[in-house]
Design a protein around this ligand. Structure first.
Ligand code: UD1
Ligand code: CA
Length: 453
């Protein structure tokens, strides 16, 4: 395959977003629109990627990850042809150049591959629309060959009837593109340098023009305002939910699922309504995720049940665990197998070995919990002295009575029992009972204070 260069146009101001953020940095499925385009482009292994940007200064290059693209400023913005002209000095001599748009985020790999099949032609991605209003129209001769693209503002009433429109995405031999772009003029209704004018130049030169259509209409939808962004978000989420369903995942309602990252599911996974998945998330075989749970950058192993309203962030959860409802598992937490974390329990940067439980109302931070440990309701690891953090270690088979405070650094020995309501400030021995509370006593005839007159 010829050397591929990709030019992504991203200079538009995005006035109608009414935002301080450049348009191409607004998100679809948790990822900047321009990042979607870059990620798809990267799979094609281009020799070069050039992003033409115009607004937001360094914000655009800085916001993108995994990017080896060259960023070129277009200032002022004199049209799509002028935008591609800015990339010319950075393009290779030979090969093919593909033009994409930072605000057309969802174009798919298969569609791009189709455009790139004929390396010697000018390939246009076009689309037939019932309502072609606003788009450049594809003008064909009586033999059906493309003659030109005419912008709506320059079109005759007859041309306005044409329903085949220009999506903007195209590919051309870089050498030819270079000569065409140098010859562009701006004598049109908008006084702009139109990229689309290269079509008539190609025709005049006898260069073959191919047209391809996208696999799905939504692939070529461009975003100009928040309404279009929200609509495309739903279209894309429906697409993601459809893919999961077709691969065997039970999705309670495909309209009530949001995936803002990469969700991998093994067989027989069930996802209830209102769940959000962010970053890379892996759900093992038979995992059930309860309603309104949020899971981010985490792995959940086979047959674990996440009950409703649980939040899991940067954590690893083993086989056959039961999490929630209303559990919060924070970064750096690792739960082995058959662990139970119940309602209103917060776990941070802690490990739980097999079969341990914290079922109610607890904060476990910076702790190492052994196997078969039972942590009673209301247990708190006091891990922070206001300046530094310390670890709590609870060894295998320990039993922590309800409402215990463990003042770190502290270790509870193997098999130890801590009496309810204790404040533990020193390491406790293995086995036996450790208590730290005043003995219960009763004052007979004690009178409650009365209000002063
Ligand atoms: C363009 C096409 C039109 C097509 C339509 C599809 C031209 C002349 N017209 O029209 O045939 O049907 O897209 O949506 O190409 N941009 C820059 N720098 C500029 C101007 C634009 O980077 O100086 C970028 C914009 O950010 C945007 C894209 O190019 O991402 C398209 O620009 P826009 O002004 O929306 O083009 P249209 O007039 O809609
Ligand atoms: Ca426009």
């Amino acid at each position: 395959m010829a050397k591929l260069n990709i030019v992504i146009l991203a200079a538009g101001k995005g006035t109608r977003m009414y935002s301080d953020k450049p348009k191409v940095l607004h998100l679809i499925a948790g990822k900047a629109m321009l990042q979607h385009v870059l990620d798809t482009a990267t799979i094609l292994k281009p020799a070069k990627t050039i992003v033409v940007f115009g607004h937001g200064g360094e914000m655009v290059p800085q916001a993108l990850v995994r990017n080896t693209a060259t960023f070129v400023l277009q200032e002022p913005q004199l049209g799509t042809g002028h935008a591609v002209q800015q990339a010319l000095p950075h393009l290779d001599e030979d090969g093919v150049s593909l033009v994409l748009y930072g605000d057309v985020p969802l174009v798919q790999l298969e569609t791009l591959k189709k455009i790139l099949t004929n390396e010697s032609s000018l390939s246009l991605l076009t689309q037939h629309l019932e309502n072609p209003k606003g788009y450049g129209r594809i003008v064909r001769d009586t033999a059906g060959e493309v003659c030109s693209i005419i912008e709506e503002k320059d079109a005759t009433p007859e041309q306005c009837q044409i329903k085949e429109v220009n999506t903007g995405i195209l590919a051309a031999p870089t050498k030819l593109l270079r000569t065409w772009l140098t010859n562009l003029r701006n004598d049109n209704a908008q006084g702009e340098y139109y990229l689309t004018d290269i079509v008539a130049m190609a025709v005049a030169q006898g260069v073959k023009i191919d047209t391809t259509q996208p696999g799905n209409e939504w692939e070529v939808v461009g975003i100009n305002n928040k309404l279009q962004q929200a609509e495309l978000e739903r279209v894309w989420q429906t697409e993601l939910a459809t893919r999961l369903l077709l691969q065997g995942v039970t999705v309670a309602d495909p309209a009530r699922l949001d995936i803002r990252g990469e969700l991998e599911c093994e067989r027989d996974v069930e996802i209830d309504v209102g769940c959000i998945f962010e970053g890379p998330v892996h759900l093992g075989k038979g995992v059930k995720v309860g309603a309104y749970s949020v899971i981010k950058n985490s792995r959940v192993a086979a047959n674990t049940i996440i009950s409703p309203y649980s939040h899991i962030d940067d954590a690893e959860i083993g086989i056959n665990c039961h999490i929630g409802p209303f559990a919060r598992i924070r970064p750096g937490s690792k739960l082995q197998n058959e662990v139970h974390i119940g309602n209103f329990v917060e776990i941070k940067n802690s490990t739980f070995a097999n079969n341990s439980k914290a079922n109610h109302l607890s904060y476990i931070g910076d702790a190492t919990i052994g196997s078969r440990v039972n942590i009673g309701a209301g247990t708190i690891t006091c891990n922070y002295d206001g300046a530094n953090k310390f670890r709590t270690v609870i060894e295998d088979d320990a039993f922590i009575g309800s409402d215990t405070q463990l003042v770190a650094p502290v270790t509870v020995g193997r098999g130890a029992t801590i009496g309810a309501g204790s404040t533990i400030t020193k390491d406790t021995p293995d086995g036996g009972l450790t208590l730290s509370r005043t003995k219960q006593h009763s004052v007979p005839g004690w009178q409650r204070p009365t209000k002063n007159k």
